[in-house]
Write a new protein. Sequence first.
Length: 502
Amino acid sequence: MRFTISIILGLIFSLSAYAQGHICGTHETAASLKQLKKNRELLDQGSLRSAPRYIPVTFHLAAENDGTGRIAYGAVLDQLCKMNRDYADLEMVFYLSEMRWNEIDNSGVYNNPNASLNIDNIVDNKDPNSMNIFVTENADTGGNSVGVTLGFYTFFNDYIISRKAELVDTSSTISHEAGHFFSLRHPHYGWEDAPWEESVHGTTVTLTTVGSSQTGGSSPVEKVDGSNCTVAADLVCDTPPDYNFGITSGGCNYTYEVYDCNGDQIFPQVNNYMGYFGNCAKYQFTQEQGDLMRIDYDSPRRSYLRSDYVPNLNVVEGPVVVNAPAQGQTVDFFNSVTIEWDAVANATDYLVTVTGNGQSTEYFRDTNYLFLDDLEPNTTYFYFIKPFNETSACVTSPTQFFQTNDAQTSTEDIQAFSDFSLFPNPLYANDLLNVSFSSTIGTKAYIRIFDTKGALVKELDADVVSGNNSILADTKDMQTGSYVFNMTLSDGKSMSRKFVVN
């Protein structure tokens, strides 16, 4: 399987978590508040089991109507790696669902996912058995005036939206929104629209309640002494008060001297995933935040996430050893290039990204080689390989490059051959494919069979004799569909034919 994207020159820069000028668009509803209060009640009762939680995830990759603009699959796998790294201390493991990912070519969804017509399209694309994350160009929800919305979670429709620019290692937007998915609030709940300002609120904040467009009502202002922590702000007692200081702090630092209504000085947790402080080297969830998320996972509302299935938990570890082409090599033929690498322990799949002539193409493989017959002559190509399995995708090979020349193999007929035929064609699975031809030379031949996506299905070596030849190719385990038979001689000459398995 392969996917092609255009390369856009430029730099995408994103701050860690949410920071100055960047906000979350999640809005609370009466139903989401009820769920959070129920989770809080169960936490206070000690209703928390100790066991790993496995969360199936489906990534929905939106693009314009013509398919342009879609995020690269490599970035999606990097995000899976980051999510599992961010939640590792909580014994919560995200894994690729059976669907894995879904492409949506719809400009409305891509550019304006919060419009009612586009919401219907998004809901129709949801996988009913997983956490659904939709990756779009924009994530605006309207109505905010303090910054650009990077992502949001909708409780009613139960999915996450993230701007594609946030799928980078320096952003924790999706981990933040996953916190909302599992019922968490912002530590600065109620202060989203109007963050603390000395000229408005003073250095001693005397307000007793606060509210914003995202809260749908007012909430008690949290106190430092914890006396109202189970009813104020995020309802979490081990996150200190935060009056949305992060939105104006301009980084992972808190320099204000602010006191609550009791005169106690406030020291917010700047590196909390659910806050708005940016550029922290390491973020974290508190113990109670993790407990509330695990309780939410165990709730009847999240029953669709749970099953007896235990995903592959083996960690894919590098390095990725690339065997061919050699770094900087000029390959023999521009239309017959094989990229080969050593199999990587615990990897079940590989994503190979090949870039050249302003275009980047991604290929999925379940074997450790990739045959390319559609490259351009006299072009420098760069490529890298990402091995992965359903939970582990943190390894990428160093970027390699090779050069094509203008020589090509014959893809039609080899002049020394005559009366070339494949039969039966079509044939049925498990039949033997008979390759019959006459040759004026004796030579060695390398035979490969590819599916229509370019994946190598079968390969064998054969001796060609001068005279009549009949070579049998086993089609055992080949699925119904079209295939390409390719024979390459020792001198590099090649020919291809199509056949069908019914």
